[in-house]
Design a protein around this ligand. Structure first.
Ligand code: ATP
Ligand code: MG
Length: 305
């Protein structure tokens, strides 16, 4: 597993003012990493991912058996940052019955007729499960902050700074409520550079197998890069809390992002200190009786006609 000190550099300290320029997008370019070399890092990242998957599977089983907590994983990013691939790779070792993924798109008319958290509340993970939000209620302070005209009926035409501050407050209260009720909330921002996004879009346009992934809307949103960046900085600064911290994950190298996310999720679940339910003396006696009955059952002569 990854050294906790290294992981700490991706955690956003509650109350700190985030400047995304201070966070790397390509971890292999950092001084520490350069010493190791890219090939060695790639190898190591794969090992970590593999190990985390096994550990996560065990941690999820324990989560299910202990039935006291649930885990909510929030993934946010610019387009082509690799949310889907991260989910696929990181969660591939987990029992599918213990994990639910929800992807949030543009809200429907019905959803817009409710408070902005409504649609997310309906998709929260049950106790014992891991729920993944591929995009989340953070869209309501990100994409709609960049495009306030998408806020829907009832919202002010030109929302001011207080409007967004109240939404951050709502989100913090919501996450506090979740945490108090046994949900571990982990939030990841996959931090992609504008250059790498361009490379990935070009790949989608050039490689016929990837054409389906390209959307003209993605190009339109790219034009708003700076506004998104500011919206992310404001939202992350206002909502990284002790109970529900943000992690800013360098996402230019997919293998780095996947290993980091997998490791953070696994160690965080392990950090809950869960235990298998204790069996009482009376239950042990019942189990022993059931065992004796089962073991003797084949010798039984059937008496009924
Ligand atoms: P991919 O492109 O990898 O398949 P995606 O998450 O980008 O995945 P899309 O269907 O392309 O999925 O996009 C979903 C769109 O819905 C995004 O542009 C997102 O910003 C938008 N969206 C999500 N939530 C909201 C919201 N609350 N209000 C307005 N738009 C939203
Ligand atoms: Mg998209």
């Amino acid at each position: 597993m990854i050294n906790p000190k290294l992981l700490n550099q991706f955690l956003v300290e509650p109350g700190s003012e985030v400047n995304l320029k201070e966070y790397v997008t390509d971890w292999t370019e950092t001084d520490n990493a350069k010493e190791l070399g890219k090939d060695a890092i790639k190898e190591r990242a794969k090992e970590i991912l593999e190990q985390s998957r096994e550990e996560m599977n065990k941690a999820q089983e324990l989560l299910y058996a202990s039935d006291t907590h649930s885990v909510l994983i929030v993934l946010q990013a610019m387009d082509a940052a690799g949310k889907d691939g991260t989910i696929r790779h990181v969660m591939s070792g987990v029992n599918p019955q213990g994990c639910q993924v929800f992807s949030f798109k543009k809200p429907s008319a019905e959803e817009l007729d409710h408070n902005f958290l409504w649609r997310y509340m309906k998709s929260l993970p049950e106790r014992g499960r891991i729920g993944i939000f591929n995009r989340s209620y953070y869209e309501d302070v990100l994409v709609v902050k960049v495009h306030p005209e998408w806020l829907g009926p009832g919202a002010p035409a030109k929302p001011d700074k207080h409007f967004w501050e109240k939404r951050y407050e709502d989100i913090n209260n919501f996450e506090k409520h979740l945490s108090r009720n046994g949900t571990l909330v982990l939030k990841f921002f996959l931090h992609l550079s504008k250059d790498e996004q361009k490379r990935r879009f070009l790949e989608r346009l050039t490689n016929p197998d990837k054409h389906w992934k390209f959307s003209e809307a993605d190009l339109a949103e790219r034009e708003h890069w700076k506004s998104y960046r500011k919206a992310f900085e404001d939202a992350i600064s206002a909502t990284s809390t002790k109970r529900a911290p943000w992690h800013i994950i360098p996402a230019d190298r997919k293998y780095v992002a996947r290993a980091l996310v997998a490791d953070i999720i696994t160690t965080s679940i392990q950090g809950l200190g869960l235990e298998y339910p204790k069996v009482s003396e009376a239950q042990l006696a019942k189990l022993a009786a059931a065992r004796a009955k089962l073991e003797g059952s084949d010798k039984d002569v059937e008496t009924e006609s």
